[in-house]
Design a protein around this ligand. Sequence first.
Ligand code: ADP
Ligand code: MG
Length: 583
Amino acid sequence: MAIIGIDLGTTNSLVSVYRNGRPELLSNELGQYMTPSCVGVLEDGSVVVGAVAKERLITHPGETAASFKTWMGTEKTFSLGGRTFLPHELSALVLRKLAQSAQAALGEQIDEAVISVPAYFNDNQRCATRLAAQLAGLPVKRLINEPSAAALFHSRATPQEERRLLVVDFGGGTLDVSVVDCFANMVEIVAIAGNNRLGGNDIDRAIADYFCQQTGLVWSELDAQQQRQLLSLAERGKTGLSQAGSRGCILACQLGGETLSAPLNRELLSGLCQPIFQQVKEVIVRGVRDSGIPISAIHDVVLVGGSSQLGVFVDYLEELFSKRPTLAEHPEHTVALGVGLCAGIKQRDAQLQDLVMTDVCPFSLGVATCNDLQDVNPHMSTLIPRSSILPARRTERFYTLSPYQRRIRLSIYQGENYYAADNLLLGELSVSVPPDEAGKQSVTVTFAYDINGILEVTAESSGGERRRTVILNPRLNWSEEEINRALERLNALPDQSLPREEDLLLLSRAERLFAELTDSRREEAADIILRLTQALQSGSSIRLAQERENLLRHLEELEAWAQRDIWEPPFRDEDDEEDEEEI
Ligand code: ADP
Ligand code: MG
């Protein structure tokens, strides 16, 4: 029985499995652990997912989508090559691809998957994730919070003493913070906090805005391709600055036949990031406050997620905590490895029998109530406060407000705001009560929240009527028929089959370089496209294999040149920060 773990990220997705006594990552068809969470539609209508789609983000922005996880649980549509997709449909295409790769890597059928979600995902977003798995034909019984998975892996990998950790997962589009208590084989999540719209993408955008400001460009006047090009430039500048020893660079790019450039160094980057880091700090403060643990009692701050590799981010946290945080060994892999551990627990692996993990609920859950008849704006009565340990169960009684009232209607909400209407409406339930004076009859409401973050509400009226409902996102609570229709639609989208993925990636990279380069180097990129296309058309696998190898070498050289254009001279001189030159 194969159970896989999936870290379905905003930027990158990974698959793991528990075997040989530990969680292991599985590589995709390109031999990589990370599959970019990007989906593209090719000219022939077939679908590409992963590295090829990521390349095409720049060359074909109208046919490619990324960061759609940010919109999970909403009805925002993405238009790709004339077809529209909902965020969970795009996620389904990513999951389908991951499952195919995993199946190929394992050589066996995938029976089940455990998927991680940001701790701060609300009910809508969790339901959308389940729906995506359903559309991908992947049975999913368990969702796990990303920071809990990271904490689980981290605590297993470090010595078994009692430790309180603050785990910060800073990815491409989300920030998740959790306070964790680890003792022997027990991992207890004490509190979680997060922001679903904060990540490395915001840093890229801040750098791109700065670049526009320096070069006189106006962001809103750029077309989609140019915006992508700038974001990609910004990302490269950012990641380059986190390499050891690098202090500065010149961001340079060709736009509309002109070469534009602006300097970037750690100090500038740190300044640009301050508003973003300020928001990170707010989330950390909320998480620590909720945990009730004084900051001095936290033994270690553990950083995971791609964006935690940003040097200025680590510096910022070091100053905040007056101590150096621990950067996980492979910060982009930690969550996936933790989900792999969960897959092992689900598989009931003997070595994991004694591992216990408890999680908490990310949002408060309650019902809308009024104080009296004059009260027109109902407020939220909380049954399960946020950070309650899961599973959680609470019961409360509510009384009638008007004389001879026949029914009590319960509106169920999730969120922290005083007025119910400012929170997320999860569902409604109504029970009948015997006619009586106001305040005489009542309904007893029980909330049961399970480890997957699924809420079951039971209401029993004083008249004896009993109603039970499992709260599912009403907008995403699709009928079997609707799911089948969506499945048919997605299955009708052919997967890209020819040429092979690695050739398609080579072609897409060459196309992207063509868009980025100029003059004779641009012609070289064009030549690569032409020669590979001819080799593909020749039908000779020997010729194709030879060409592939040569062209890949040439492409790598072009890529290095394109990067060098930006990076040289490297500013590794410790004493002279101002020493920036354009090439
Ligand atoms: P997600 O969980 O959202 O899928 P990841 O954990 O894979 O994301 O992180 C992706 C983010 O990490 C991107 O915004 C990327 O630019 C950023 N990133 C990757 N490597 C580095 C680096 N060396 N320095 C700074 N940021 C990085
Ligand atoms: Mg992540």
